[in-house]
Design a protein around this ligand. Structure first.
Ligand code: GLA
Length: 390
């Protein structure tokens, strides 16, 4: 991909780029909405990436161009967007350009002397599908600028700056999982991340070698995290932590869950949120232990349990996600769940290799019977994190 994108950059800006970088989208295997509760998550990187051809500038201009019709489902991207780095201000840009501009803003806010850049971007990460197209966009820009400006920032720090760009500049109150996944995943592994201290474990995850596959079912129901529901869940979790007198719901132990829930009085909604977070953290630890013990097939029921918890306790599923999960399980899947923020996006399905075709057809048939838009199903292979390509 680096040759065509370099040529496109040269055609746009009249000179060759200084380099080309790529950053992937992700799926989350298990650990949903735990990342803003100091908890555990276990994403892996997709082969789908956002690629950026970039050159430094020293005159304070940031010029942005995207090859995609709409990198975030909003603005058209006919021309080059030109911004001044010293005029970047949070909350002022409703278009896709807020993501790369937000990264430049966050780097400068943190004291890094970024004096401008020309960027041309192209992405194969489906937008709004719960597969972290925004994190891929942020991380590719952060990595490119880190290299071009010799900032020497570690990957976890780049992820933090990208999260700040998304939280403050774009205005979406997301956690740290997606940016860390895009920046830190490695091929053939799932990333066990403790979001409290950002420590990671690369867990070998080679399903094909064990006769299994992981499918992504993109329901094509599009969602956004800058809307209210994500923020409401986050606020509810924070209320739960405050009522229980802990820093974060991560601090409620699984074996103390019943006592904690009883202590929440008539706060039924908070009780459901707390139960999801505490049981979900435990599911991540159990999945990690099973994978590390080579008992991969046994993670299936935990994925399915996670879906029930997100549907019934956290209440962020939707009919299309439930159809994907239920029809895949009925057709013989080992486990299935929604992945990502919820309210649309994608489900994942763990299946024996020999059952993939049957399951894919069964899911498509169930969508048709329910009158849903046909889903897009593809296999997800754990792929590399962000890297320089040229
Ligand atoms: C979105 C957010 C993440 C995380 C997930 C839910 O992808 O960006 O930080 O909270 O939702 O697990």
């Amino acid at each position: 991909m680096s040759a065509p994108i370099s040529e496109a950059f040269t055609a746009l800006y009249g000179r060759a780029p200084d380099g080309v970088w790529a950053a992937p989208g992700r799926v989350n295997l298990i650990g949903e909405h735990t990342d803003y509760n100091d908890g555990f998550v276990m994403p892996f990187a997709l082969p789908h990436t956002t690629v950026a051809a970039v050159s430094r500038r020293t005159d304070g201009l940031l010029r942005l161009h995207s090859a995609d019709a709409s990198a975030d489902g909003t603005a058209g991207t006919e021309g080059v967007v030109e911004l001044r780095v010293d005029a970047l201000a949070p909350g002022t840009d409703p278009h896709w350009t807020a993501y790369p501009a937000g990264v430049v803003w966050a780097l400068r806010e943190a004291g890094h002397p970024v004096t401008g850049a020309d960027l041309h971007l192209a992405s194969t990460v489906p937008v709004g599908a719960g597969l972290s197209s925004s994190a891929a966009l942020e991380v590719v820009v952060a990595l490119a600028l880190n290299d071009l400006y010799a900032l020497d920032l570690p990957r976890w720090k780049l992820a933090r700056l990208c999260q700040r760009a998304e939280n403050v500049y774009v205005g979406a109150p997301t956690g740290i999982m997606d940016q860390t996944a895009s920046a830190c995943c490695t091929a053939g592994h799932a990333l066990f991340l403790d979001t409290r201290d950002l420590s990671v474990r690369q867990i070998p995850f080679d399903l094909a070698a064990e006769g299994m596959r992981l499918l992504v079912v993109d329901t094509r129901v599009r969602h956004a995290h800058s809307d209210g529901e994500y923020g409401k869940r986050r606020a509810g979790c924070e209320k739960g932590a405050a009522l229980l007198g802990v820093d974060a719901l991560r601090d409620v132990p699984y074996d103390g869950l019943d006592t904690a829930l009883a202590g929440l009085g008539d706060e039924d909604e908070v009780r459901r949120l707390v139960r999801h977070i505490v049981t979900e953290n435990q599911r991540v630890e159990r999945v990690a232990a099973l994978l590390e013990a080579g008992r991969t097939r046994e993670i299936g029921p935990l994925l399915t349990e996670g879906h029930a918890s997100l549907r019934d306790d956290f209440r962020i599923s939707c009919p299309e996600l439930d159809t994907a999960v239920d029809s895949a399980l009925a057709a013989g899947a080992l486990g299935a769940r929604m992945t990502g923020g919820g309210f649309g996006g994608s489900a994942i399905v763990l299946a024996e290799t020999g059952d993939v075709e049957t399951i894919t057809k069964a899911v498509a048939a169930a969508f048709a019977a329910a009158g849903h838009t046909p889903p897009r199903t593809f296999e997800a292979v754990p792929s590399a994190g962000a890297a320089r390509l040229a």
